[in-house]
Design a protein around this ligand. Structure first.
Ligand SMILES: Nc1nc2c(ncn2[C@@H]2O[C@H](COP(=O)(O)OP(=O)(O)OP(=O)(O)O)[C@@H](O)[C@H]2O)c(=O)[nH]1
Ligand SMILES: [Zn+2]
Length: 473
């Protein structure tokens, strides 16, 4: 290797919006001419030992989703963990492809593995090193980022040793919690027995309470609602401060930080003027999506005026868009339904508007657009988990459409008597047909949250579920 790696001069400094939030992205060309990336979340230089993933490029795993190795899933889950922690660095190291032997040689090694050799034997049979990776550029980038004391996301002890040899203090090594697959179990076993990689254990990376780990690195449609014991999300005049307590608010903010998009109905914006950002915990802000088929969001609302998070404004096809729109707002058009067309669309200066500031009743409007269509429109713009956050009608519509993977329903010890309804849907006439699903219970201060887990994929990812299929005796 020629010389010691000089201090990186970043040749690009830009933003990368991802399913796991917005990262700052820096680029560096090392002394051998190889280009590397550093993705930053939050301010890692101010943290004591931030989470760092030093990821070796793997085109087949990272870009093509190959299950021959675990690289793609490790990359995804590392980004999710860094995002969930609200702070950290992902170094994406080019030139590491095939443990440093390059893509074509790796594919030739795959051919030999197809004929029965393991990953170590295959490199050796090709007359190539088992592992030719160099970590000087990684260490130099960490030094340039002022992060020389880190918690390293890896199962490979050699990475820790190499970084330490290059002046980086690794205070903890955390294995990204990726499950073995039938397609890669032999490869992973060879790495563990032949290359000393860590086995799955209790010390696997988890900067989050167990409650949230099923959501990390996965894509779901989730909903959350906090309601009074008698089933209301706000008092009659629209006052919703506060139905549930501080712990439930933290929970909501954690869910936001794990979601790519947070979706609310227009009535929630009109009633509460929410920020929909992450403040009670550390974590990235999700993209905000406002469901507004009839163009009723007040133009001075926080989501339309404050650029603290990108906002998708889901408007009916015929609703006029104001001439001046803040640059953080993107209008997405919702396809018009038969009902809307019959009414001739609607306009944003509806004189019968029920803005709470004008003293009108706060009421959720039935969605004219099927929830599945809303998810399609959102999915085309932001991949990743959608959190349906309110209000009661919007969450209920997604629930009745059978589109929720999981629902967090918090019940607070307060009786409102008569107010804005929480969960309401066309139920069944008999209890035997009532909606039941496997569930977990969480106690948030004085509030109790039931997490209903509806989809098979969500159930498979969630430990500790109680069977919800039969009534509790
Ligand atoms: N030569 C060779 N390289 C492989 C093979 N499978 C994956 N790779 C490469 O191995 C590199 C990743 O190394 P791994 O040993 O899987 O994992 P690691 O990066 O050392 O450790 P972690 O930090 O836990 O991911 C990537 O660059 C892959 O392209 C293989 O069968 N042969
Ligand atoms: Zn790989």
């Amino acid at each position: 290797m020629p010389g010691r790696e000089p201090t990186p001069v970043w040749s690009a400094d830009t933003i990368l919006p991802t399913a796991h939030g917005r990262f700052r992205m820096l680029a560096h060309t090392d002394r051998t001419g190889v280009e590397h990336l550093a993705l930053l979340m939050g301010n890692p230089e101010t943290a004591d030992a931030p989470l760092v993933r030093v990821h070796s490029e793997c085109l087949t795993g990272d870009a093509l989703g190959s299950y021959r190795c675990d690289c793609g899933e490790q990359l995804d889950i590392s980004m999710a963990h860094i995002a969930a922690a609200g702070c950290g660095i992902l170094l994406y190291l080019r030139g590491h492809e095939g443990r440093g032997i390059g893509l074509l040689n790796k594919l030739r090694a795959y051919e030999l593995q197809d004929r029965g050799l393991d990953t170590v034997e295959a490199n050796a049979a090709l007359g190539l090193p088992i592992d030719a990776r160099d970590y000087q550029a990684a260490a130099a980038m960490l030094r340039a980022l002022d992060c020389t004391r880190i918690r390293l996301l890896t199962a490979n002890p050699l990475k820790q040793i190499e970084l330490e040899a290059n002046g980086i203090e690794v205070v903890d090594r955390l294995r990204p919690p990726v499950a073995d697959r039938p397609e890669n179990s032999h490869y992973l076993e060879t790495k563990r027995s032949g290359m000393n990689h860590d086995r799955p254990s209790d010390s696997d990376a988890s900067p989050l309470p167990d409650l949230y780990t099923p959501l990390v690195g996965r894509t779901e449609v989730i909903a959350q609602l906090a309601q009074s014991t008698d089933g209301f999300i706000a008092a009659n005049g629209g006052d919703a401060e506060f139905v549930s307590g501080a712990a439930d608010r933290e929970h909501l903010h954690r869910l936001r930080s794990l979601a790519a998009v947070v979706l609310v109905g227009v009535s929630t914006v009109r009633a509460d003027d929410p920020k929909l950002t992450v403040r009670a915990v550390q974590g990235p802000n999700p993209v905000r999506a406002i469901l507004d088929p009839h163009g009723r969001v007040p133009l001075d609302s926080h989501v339309l005026t404050q650029p603290d998070a990108p906002t998708l404004w889901l408007l009916g096809e015929r609703i006029p868009v104001p001439e001046s729109l803040a640059s953080h707002v993107t209008v997405l058009r919702l396809p018009e339904t038969a009902g809307q067309a019959a009414r001739g669309g609607s306009s944003r200066d509806d004189p019968a508007g029920d803005h709470p500031a004008r003293g009108g009743a706060v009421e959720e409007h039935c969605l004219d657009v099927p929830p599945a269509v809303i998810l399609q429109v959102l999915g085309r713009h932001v991949p990743g988990t959608v959190l349906v956050e309110g209000g009661g009608r919007t969450v209920s519509e997604f629930l009745s459409a059978g589109l929720l993977d999981r629902l967090f329903l918090t019940v607070a010890p307060v009786l409102i008597g008569n107010g804005v309804p929480g969960l309401r849907f066309t139920g069944s006439d008999v209890m035997a047909e009532a909606l039941r699903a496997p569930f977990r219970r969480h106690v948030f201060g004085a509030d109790v949250c039931t997490e209903f887990v509806f989809s098979a994929a969500a159930r498979a990812a969630t430990p500790g579920l109680s069977d919800g299929s039969t009534p509790l005796s």
